[in-house]
Design a protein around this ligand. Structure first.
Ligand code: NAG
Length: 512
């Protein structure tokens, strides 16, 4: 009897061991939103018995089973210093916006590679079955998969952009795929398509001629013997992207790209007493107001703050505002806190609206819980997210630059009193939840799949091996143009000759 038990027990252990993977998760960017993407996924993998090593900026206070952390929190200071300049981001040209983001990438990629924890990991003789990296202007970090000689999974905190398209072998299709820095959805008129083409082409040029070379230099700095970045940058087995058709339009996705947008939203937890009482007393509903983890409401100009507070003092609803300092002049219906359980508040049935900067994760959470959005976009993809929300009817947009009491009050009134926004947000929410498999299960599935198939080379598109001029058939075009030119030239010469001949023939006849 006992012997049987022992054998079964040993078998169980053996099976368990063979299915437990060693996974390295690299999510080093210092913004809580990016961290939470990595943490949600890596913790899930650890909960399922995998052995996880997680590189991030925000080490947890409590130890977690199967979960080892490597902190790069020393880069938080320099990154936080760059954040105030985000307010002016919208005023930059497209090229400068890309430059700003690429320089941010340079700054923190260097920080990650020089951090103590990462250096130790690099020199250790650890082994991993797979490396999962959040690709956010940190291309040099793909060297991790070369170092540990294992497959690479790339996670993108949104739809793919100029920074990832070339890595995944996605061609630019400006006719109906809007650029991340545009404020269109996929239905563009002629002028929008013209502008979108300009931005898409510029993006492609920027990434290939400025961004990748700069990341290659960083690689050289830290690893003088490393091969050129471009020899392994295109080796990612799979791209997990945080977009979803409930939020944005249909775009072509190749089989190496899996949409898992919404996976990061955790199951709602009960709110603390403080929030619970405030929210349950809000018979007319609660508006949540948060500008995310990068932009601080406390840094708003005084007139803007005043306009916002005045508007809030006039509405019947209660407001929860992520505000990072004291606010003595706030009216009674406003509750402020420097940190909020955002997703849990959005999940509360009394929440009727979300005033937001329009970051992708917040937007995703709002739609996950069916809450309409009033957007004040400033940075990177926010304009586009909010433009899509307003074109699709689950949100409204406001120009943050020109925010005053009049426009803010009118927009808030529209959000609260026009049922269209809430109805559409709820419809979109049902779409987000109606899936054959939960997003988080799908994310885990594909990571395990990549290991099971030793890098899943069969999913690699030939596009990543093409040169840019081959990808866009410029060589074929050049060839065809050359042939056409030759044919034209030959025809012209022959016709000329014939005319000449005829002329001489006629002339000869005349003189005869
Ligand atoms: C690409 O990744 C695979 C593992 O998925 C590895 O065996 C191969 O050496 C890598 N190729 C390059 C060029 O780095």
């Amino acid at each position: 009897m006992n012997v049987h038990f022992v054998i079964i027990f040993l078998l169980f252990i053996a099976v368990d061991f063979s299915s437990s993977l060693k996974i390295l998760g690299v999510f080093p960017y210092c913004a809580h939103s990016h961290f939470s993407l990595g943490f949600r996924l890596m913790k899930e993998l650890a909960d399922r018995g995998h052995n996880v090593t997680f590189v991030s900026c925000y080490p947890q206070s409590k130890p977690i089973k199967n979960f080892r952390e490597i902190s790069v929190s020393e880069i938080r200071g320099p990154i936080d210093e760059t954040k105030p300049s985000l307010v002016d981001f919208g005023k930059f040209s497209v090229w400068s916006q890309m430059n700003w983001v690429s320089a941010l990438g340079e700054l923190y990629t260097r920080g990650v590679l020089s951090s103590k924890g990462v250096q130790e990991l690099w020199k250790s003789n650890e082994e991993f079955d797979v490396v999962v990296i959040e690709h956010f202007v940190n291309d040099a970090l793909t060297y991790f998969h070369k170092r540990f000689n294992c497959p690479l999974v790339t996670l993108v905190a949104g739809p793919t952009t100029m920074f990832t398209n070339h890595m995944a072998g996605i061609p630019i299709l400006p006719a109906f795929v809007p650029n991340i820095l545009s404020d269109y959805d996929s239905k563009m008129n002629f002028w929008e398509r013209l502008d979108n083409t300009y931005k898409q082409v510029l993006g492609e040029i920027f990434v290939r001629s400025v961004h990748v070379p700069s990341q290659n230099n960083i690689l050289r700095e830290f690893f003088p013997d490393a091969p050129d970045l471009r020899t392994f940058l295109y080796n990612s087995s799979i791209f997990l992207i945080c977009s979803h058709t409930s939020l944005s339009d249909v775009v072509p996705l190749q089989q190496n790209i899996k949409e898992i947008g919404g996976y990061h939203v955790p199951p709602p937890k009960p709110l603390s007493e403080e929030y619970k009482i405030f929210m349950e007393n809000a018979t007319q509903g609660v508006i949540l107001f948060s500008m995310g983890s990068n932009l601080k409401s406390a840094n708003f100009e005084p007139e803007k703050k005043r306009a916002i507070l005045k508007t809030f003092s006039r509405i019947k609803q209660k407001v929860i505002w992520k505000f990072e300092s004291d606010l003595p002049e706030k009216p009674d219906n406003v509750f402020i806190s420097s940190w909020l359980p955002q997703s849990d508040i959005l999940a509360h049935p009394n929440t009727i609206g979300f005033i937001s900067h329009g970051g992708l994760l917040g937007t995703t959470e709002a739609i996950y819980h069916g809450v309409p959005i009033l957007g004040l976009p400033t940075f990177w993809d926010q304009k586009k997210n909010i433009e899509e929300a307003s074109r699709k009817g689950y949100g409204l947009k406001l120009d943050f630059e020109n925010l005053n009491e009049e426009v803010f009050a009118a927009a808030l009134d529209e959000l609260i009193n026009n049922p269209k926004y809430s109805t559409t947000a709820k419809e979109r929410s049902r779409i987000m939840h109606d899936l054959p498999m939960k997003q988080i299960d799908e994310a885990v599935f594909w990571i395990e799949y990549v290991v099971r198939h030793k890098g899943a080379a069969h999913l690699k598109p030939a596009a990543v091996t093409l040169k840019w001029y081959e990808m866009y058939l410029l060589d074929v075009l050049l060839f065809l143009l050359t042939i056409a030119a030759i044919i034209f030239y030959v025809t012209k010469t022959v016709v000329k000759l014939l005319i000449c001949r005829k002329k001489t023939f006629v002339d000869k006849n005349k003189s005869d």
